[in-house]
Design a protein around this ligand. Structure first.
Ligand code: ZN
Length: 274
C-alpha cells in the first residue's frame, strides 16, 4: 500500500501573505484522507488538482476556525457538485468538534438540501479526552490522543498506521495538529516514519514562547521527534512573522540541533512519498 502526504498548507491561524492554513492530504492505497479544513480548503484542494468529491475521509483535529471553517464549504460542494447517490467521506472528530461543525454548517448553509446532505456523511466519533482508535480500511488504522492546546477546543493528534498485507514495510504517519509540549506526542510518534508537529514559534526568535501551553517551538518539536524515535520531522503551523521575515532557516537549524533525523519545513503542495 503506497502512502503519500501532500502538504496543502503549513501556515498558522493567521498565515503569512500568500500562504494558507495547515492542512494535509494523505493518499494511502485507495483512500484519500483530508486532515483539517480551514476556510480556504476548496482553493487548497484545487491547487493540487484534487476534487472534494475524491475524499474518502475527513479528519478534523479541533474546532478552531483555521482547522474547521472549511467544513461548510465542503458541504456546499458536496450538495452542488456530487450526484445525489454518491457516497460522502467519513468524518472523524471528537464530540466537541462535531458539535461546532454542526453549528457552523447550520449557520452557513442551513438551506435544507445542503445541510441535510452533509449530515448523511458517516461519522466516527473519537474521544475528546482519552485515546481513540478506528479501522479505516484493511491494514489502515488511526489512533488518536488528546493534545495540549485548548480546554475550549479539545484537540486530537492522529497516528496513521499502514500495515501492508505482504512483505512490504509498515508505515506510520503522525500528526500533532495544534499542541504545546506534551508527553502524549511520544506515544503518538513512536518510531514514526513522519512526524508533522506544530512548530509555531522558535526559541531562538521567541525565547518567551518556550514551555507554552498552546503551541510548540521548533526546538520542542525536535525534542519530541528525537525522544519518539521518528525518522522525519516536518515543522508546520509556522508563525507568519517568521515566514515573512525570511527566518525559515532559523527554525530548521534550531530543530536540527535537537533531532538527528531529517527536518523539513514544507511549503504548500510539497509531497512526501512512503
Ligand atoms: Zn488551534
Amino acid at each position: 500500500m503506497n502512502a503519500q502526504v501532500v502538504f496543502l498548507g503549513t501556515g498558522a491561524a493567521l498565515p503569512a501573505r500568500g500562504t494558507t492554513n495547515s492542512a494535509y492530504l494523505l493518499r494511502i492505497g485507495s483512500r484519500t484522507i483530508l486532515f483539517d479544513c480551514g476556510p480556504t480548503i476548496l482553493q487548497q484542494l484545487a491547487a493540487v488538482d484534487v476534487s472534494p468529491g475524491a475524499l474518502t475521509h475527513l479528519f478534523i483535529s479541533h474546532r478552531h476556525g483555521d482547522h474547521a471553517l472549511g467544513f461548510p464549504m465542503l458541504a456546499l460542494w458536496w450538495a452542488l457538485s456530487l450526484p445525489p447517490a454518491a457516497p460522502l467521506p467519513t468524518l472523524l472528530a471528537g464530540p466537541t468538534t462535531f458539535q461546532s461543525l454542526d453549528a457552523v454548517l447550520d449557520n452557513s448553509y442551513g438551506d435544507a438540501f445542503i445541510a441535510n446532505r452533509a449530515r448523511m456523511a458517516p461519522r466516527i466519533v473519537l474521544p475528546d479526552a482519552a485515546p481513540g482508535e478506528a479501522l479505516l480500511a484493511a491494514g489502515l488504522t488511526v489512533r488518536t490522543l488528546p493534545m495540549q492546546h485548548s480546554a475550549w477546543a479539545p484537540t486530537l493528534g492522529a497516528r496513521f498506521e499502514i500495515r501492508p498485507p505482504a512483505a512490504a514495510e509498515a508505515v506510520t504517519l503522525a500528526f500533532t495538529a495544534d499542541t504545546g509540549p506534551t508527553d502524549a506526542v511520544l506515544a503518538l510518534a513512536r518510531d514514526a516514519d513522519l512526524l508533522v508537529h506544530d512548530a509555531c514559534y522558535s526559541e531562538t526568535l521567541n525565547p518567551e514562547r518556550a514551555g507554552g501551553k498552546v503551541h510548540a517551538t521548533a526546538a520542542e518539536a525536535a525534542r519530541d521527534a528525537e525522544r519518539a524515535g521518528a525518522l522525519h520531522l516536518a515543522l508546520v503551523h509556522v508563525d507568519a512573522a517568521a515566514i515573512e521575515g525570511g527566518q525559515r532557516d532559523i527554525y530548521l537549524s534550531e530543530a536540527a540541533a535537537c533531532f538527528k533525523g531529517r527536518v523539513s519545513l514544507p511549503a504548500a503542495t510539497h509531497t512526501l512519498e512512503f
